[in-house]
Design a protein around this ligand. Structure first.
Ligand code: USQ
Length: 394
């Protein structure tokens, strides 16, 4: 089984590559180092330095004897995307790779993933829109033209739904109107430009499914937390990229770093913002089970990829409790919210589909947090307080 991972160097992409490789898949990863380059450009720092993607694949091979093929390139270039399905382009930008056949499954993570980045200024807004929509469109056309049976697993986001005052269904809503009924995509109303590009991705793929019978799974994922996976424990150099800064860090990872660095936890506003969360290990399970149970021809199948919900203040209080038990003097600070978002709202999403496929959630327990504290603590000296909060305003 040949699996192609677009965005294979990122927080989720690299752990996914090792996870599938470990399970016998033939894995090819593609990345243009967008995340690493942006970290340098914005001077946001990372918790620890990383080997290059090519070096990581070599380290993986030395430990496991399993090859992860690496292509370094920009997937907004349609020719590069198409070559991954045809082999018809010289792999001048690739290292040590031969075309190994059409992928049966593509996992699409190759997106600018940060809401603050997308609203940093007009330049980064444009980069977000251009990258996310072009990559998705290039993928859709490559699959249409060369391999309509390829299963596309695309990472969507719970933020596409926003915080509506009704229950959030898994992707679809049956609407009754003037005595008739039909099924539509659940209404979307994002609260950042990044999240808005994810809505547009969904629309593109839904178009491809309707027009050309593509097979697509859309995983509507909440903020992910965690550092380690089973595979990264093999060698410290295989750990995923880990950001704690305001631009690329997500909340739970940020709070633990802040607690370790003795920086008051940055709760935006009252902290009533509620979201669905999941452990990075569960992202891997969800993608694997989606691969093993693919969408049908002509189906856009949507799962809400979260395991539990928390408000920001609940996460801050949990971090404070766990941190204090470990001897850290954790404080909570309510900052004026730099984002335009509801701080008190109804939130009741459905998220049964992936568990019905067999996903076994790793919930956020005190022990899980303690383990994260331990790993972050080992890199305490690298933490830069100046990148934790800059206040990118919406
Ligand atoms: N927040 C704070 N303090 C912080 C950071 C965040 O109070 O220091 C709040 C935010 O205002 C927001 C919530 O925590 O209400 C989550 O923020 P986040 O930065 O952890 O996550 P978000 O910007 O929503 O984006 C992240 C990922 C994105 C993914 C998304 C899933 O960066 O790629 O799509 O989570 S979701 O939020 O469900 O749309």
């Amino acid at each position: 089984m040949h699996l192609l991972i677009l965005g294979g160097d990122g927080y989720l992409g690299w752990p996914t590559a090792m996870y599938f490789s470990q399970r016998g898949y033939e894995v090819t990863v593609v990345d243009n180092y967008f995340r690493r380059n942006s970290c340098i450009e914005l001077d946001v720092g990372m918790l620890y330095a990383l080997p290059s993607l090519i070096e990581r694949a070599k380290i993986w091979y030395e430990h496991t004897g399993k090859e992860i093929k690496v292509v370094i390139g920009d997937l907004t270039d349609a020719e590069l995307m198409r070559s991954l399905f045809t082999g018809r382009v010289e792999y001048s930008w690739a290292v040590d790779i031969k075309f190994t056949g059409i992928p049966e499954t593509v996992v699409h993570y190759a997106e600018q993933p940060s809401a603050p980045y997308s609203l940093f200024n007009y330049k980064y807004a444009n980069i977000t829109i251009a990258n996310n929509l072009l990559v998705t469109n290039n993928l859709m056309f490559a699959v249409r033209d060369f391999s309509r049976g390829t299963h596309v697993i695309k990472l969507g986001t719970m933020g596409e739904y926003g915080t509506p005052n009704i229950d959030i269904e898994e992707g679809w809503l049956e609407v009754k109107h003037k005595g008739r009924k039909d099924r539509f995509l659940f209404p979307r109303q994002a609260s950042s430009l990044y999240h808005t590009t994810k809505i547009m991705d969904t629309d593109l793929m839904w178009f491809g499914v309707r027009m050309w019978d593509l097979c697509v799974t859309d995983l509507m994922q909440g903020p992910v937390y965690g550092i380690e996976t089973e595979e990264s424990r093999i060698d410290d150099r295989l750990k995923t990229i880990f950001n704690y800064d305001e631009i690329f860090g997500t909340i739970i990872n940020r709070f633990i770093v802040q607690a370790v660095a003795d920086y008051p936890l940055t709760v935006y506003g009252s902290g009533g913002q509620t979201r669905g969360y999941l452990n990075i290990k569960d992202t891997l399970q969800c993608v694997l089970l989606s691969e093993k149970n693919p969408a049908a021809k002509g189906e856009l199948r949507i799962f809400n990829q979260i395991m539990e919900t928390f408000s920001v203040i609940e996460l801050a209080e949990m971090t404070r409790r766990v941190g204090r038990n470990l001897g850290f003097g954790v404080q909570i600070n309510h900052l004026e919210n730099p984002r335009k978002e509801a701080e008190e709202h109804y939130y009741n999403p459905t998220y049964q589909g992936l568990q019905d496929l067999g996903v076994k959630p790793h919930c956020l327990t005190d022990e899980v947090m303690e383990r994260m504290f331990a790993v972050v603590g080992r890199h305490k000296d690298n933490i830069r307080k100046d990148v934790i909060f800059r206040g990118v305003k919406w």
